[in-house]
Design a protein around this ligand. Structure first.
Ligand code: NAD
Ligand code: WQD
Length: 337
């Protein structure tokens, strides 16, 4: 059973390819390598013993995307990871983000429709909720107007998929709204490869711990949270990858209850920035040089998921303790020396 994974050499995509292959699926990846390296295929092969098929394709190229589907008539489902994801950059380059994230999605959907590939799993984000009024957020929590062009591409992508599913009754789509993905594969053969100075907490933290960065700035300790630093739902990337396998299985086995569904994928627990730093220190024995500074513009105070729907409907639950995640991400950072 062959699954087409777009963006499969990226951070979450590569971990998902590993879990798919270990569950017996054949995988073909298309990626333009704008934010990943071809060497990721070596890491996947080392873990699974199988080198996934790979094609370097820019999915904003409509003809190239269609040609891919012409040549691979054995694809049964698509997981669409490919997107640009840097929130701050998207504010400065809105057109590039709308162009890339929306055209790639529409080209994939158009070919799926033409070549009758019925099943799609889409990478969405908790960013669609913004700062919710009531926590934790359930799938019934209203989406808020996006705070960045990146976030807006997720809102718009969900809407494009929803509208298409209304008229394509033979197609099925399932969006996973990831909370904050962190960590690396326990083998340390694959993990997150941030480009330049990281924006996200964990890569900044591990780069500080190893001495690439001098000091981690904690953006604010005056929020209305127990220790004053913001709360997020940090989900281990391997747990997240496994959610894609159960989502794909649900669609392939026809167990979905509607032809467009969406699920929160998180742990169900909010951790503060300071709790994350202490979890890392406890798990690794390595001290992190950090300093409390002012709030980061655009940050929300707190968000975490109600994961009841994913637990009951998908039969999926986050399982990795935070200390384990921290050990894995530290092993990964050390392997990059
Ligand atoms: P990533 O940048 O590591 O992976 C995305 C991959 O897509 C990269 O390998 C990149 O080269 C590829 N790509 C981008 N545009 C492409 C195009 N036009 N054609 C072909 N390939 C293209 O990012 P990630 O963290 O693995 O994220 C995967 C998906 O999950 C994205 O859709 C992202 O928006 C979403 N998401 C990520 C997070 C997060 O915090 N990492 C949270 C929520 C949702
Ligand atoms: C986490 C916490 C920061 C860096 C982003 C996107 C969101 C989704 C997930 C894709 C915050 C604090 C961070 C640092 C810090 N991605 N922090 N010092 O902002 O919750 O979410 O990734 O869909 O859309 O916005 O993640 O890792 O940047 O920050 O104190 O150097 O760590 O203030 O509270 P964020 P993050």
């Amino acid at each position: 059973m062959k699954i087409f994974v777009t963006g499969g050499t990226g951070y979450i995509g590569s971990h998902t390819v590993v879990e798919l292959q270990q569950s017996g699926y054949d995988v073909i990846i298309a990626d333009n390598l704008v934010n990943s390296s071809i060497d990721v295929l070596d890491g996947i092969e080392k873990i699974t013993g199988i080198r996934p098929e790979f094609e370097e394709i820019d999915l904003t190229d409509r003809a190239a995307t269609r040609d891919f589907f012409v040549r691979h008539s054995d694809i049964k489902a698509v997981i669409h990871f490919a997107a640009l994801k840097a929130v701050g950059e998207s504010v400065h380059k809105p057109l590039e983000y709308y162009f890339n994230n929306l055209n790639s999605l529409m080209n994939v959907l158009d070919s799926m429709r033409e070549f009758q590939v019925p099943n799609l799993v889409f990478s969405s984000s908790c960013t669609v909720y913004g700062q919710a009024d009531v926590l934790p957020v359930t799938e019934k929590t209203p989406r808020h107007e996006a705070e960045s062009p990146y976030g807006n591409t997720k809102v718009m992508s969900e809407d494009i998929i929803r509208d298409l599913m209304k008229v394509e009754s033979k197609m099925n789509a399932l969006a996973l709204r990831y909370f904050n993905p962190i960590g690396a594969h326990p083998s340390a053969y694959i993990g997150e490869l941030p480009n330049g100075v990281p924006n996200n907490l964990i890569p900044y933290l591990t780069q500080t711990a190893i001495g690439i960065r001098e000091q981690l700035s904690v953006f604010g300790d005056d929020y209305n949270t127990p220790d004053g630093s913001p709360l997020r739902d940090y989900i281990d990337v391997v747990d997240l990858a496994k959610a894609h396998v159960v989502a794909i299985r649900r669609l392939l086995e026809g167990k979905n209850k509607a032809n467009y569904e969406f699920f929160n994928i998180g742990t169900g627990k909010g951790l503060s920035v300071l709790e994350i730093i202490h979890a890392f220190e406890n798990a690794t024995g390595v001290k992190v040089n950090y300093k409390i500074v002012g709030r980061r513009a655009g940050d929300i105070e707190k968000v975490w998921a109600d994961t009841t729907l994913a637990n009951t409907e998908l039969g999926w639950k986050a399982a990795t303790p935070i200390e384990e995640t921290m050990k894995n991400v530290w092993k990964w950072q050390q392997s990059l020396r």
